[in-house]
Ligand binder design. Sequence first.
Ligand SMILES: *Cc1c(COP(=O)(O)O)cnc(C)c1O
Length: 356
Amino acid sequence: MIIQKSTNPRISNFDPNNFSFGNVFIDHMIICEYENGKWGEVQLVPYGPIGFTPAMMGVNYGQACFEGMKAYKDKDGQVFLFRPEKNFERINKSAKRLAIPEISEEIFLEGLKALVDIDRDWIPYGEGTSLYLRPLLFATEEALKARISEKYMFAIVATPAKSYYTAPVSVKISDHYSRAASGGVGAAKAAGNYAASFYPTQLAIEEGYDQIIWTDDCSHEYFEESGTMNVFVRINDTIYTPSTSDKILDGVTRDSFIKLAEKRGINLVIGDVKVSDVIEAQKNGTLKEVWGVGTAVVTSIFEALGYQGERLELPKLSDEESFAVQLKNDLVNIQTNQAEDPFGWRVLVEENVYSI
Ligand SMILES: *Cc1c(COP(=O)(O)O)cnc(C)c1O
């Protein structure tokens, strides 16, 4: 690894009690370049702009994908990643679908650990806080040819994240727009999937909702995801979540919720979640909870569903009654080293492994 330390660190200006998520970047970043058919050496360098021209293929043809993950600090100042091997596998799955050359485990994990280690002081400590890490892969060749790029960059940037308390949201069940299509790129964390979701989401916001529940592109009869999160529905005491497919992103949080629900002995069904069944359950009072899960906020609880012009309210459960809250707490306690880790999910980031 090539290490070039910042000569102008900004950490002393960083106030962990007063910052805006996503706008403040830690002092360093990881970059690694691909050319002549191979990935070069991983570089840890000061965070900052890198030069490209508008003819860069990544911005013209959208050959770009990313990951989202977090590092957590415990009360003793130890730092942990959460299931990073899942993100490593997934970035390569996304890369493959977008014809981007895969990266090695060494580039991904060593880059991640070195970055988190050198900038560990940027990780806030306190309930719900973390360091949000964004690994990304994009085409960098300067050429206006609609074909697979011959040059790429892998990078990791990071931004401190605050307490993830979020107020309950209302979501519109989509009956027109789709996030993903059969045979498409829905299962890849492709940058373009986000671009395609912004306009329908903006329309839902204009209608008074916060987010969209995406349904299948063919019939709009089945739940797929909610915004950029996987979705869970609870009817009576059974929870349901759609199975992963080429249209559904295989979320690490979703997988963790499934394992934690099984551990608690909660009845769980992985399979088709029919819009009409959810609406009927809301009408007959058996629909207890609907929530989204993802790394950024862990859990987003829904207070209402919008369906064909009607706003359907969901019950307000106490924390003790809510499976969503119980499972979220189980997960966060493991992530932040406040509970045993029976699944071996935490990965300690060792200190000063890289002579810096
Ligand atoms: C990233 C993402 C998720 C959540 O995945 P996690 O690994 O749990 O963060 C769900 N859906 C979509 C579309 C995503 O991009």
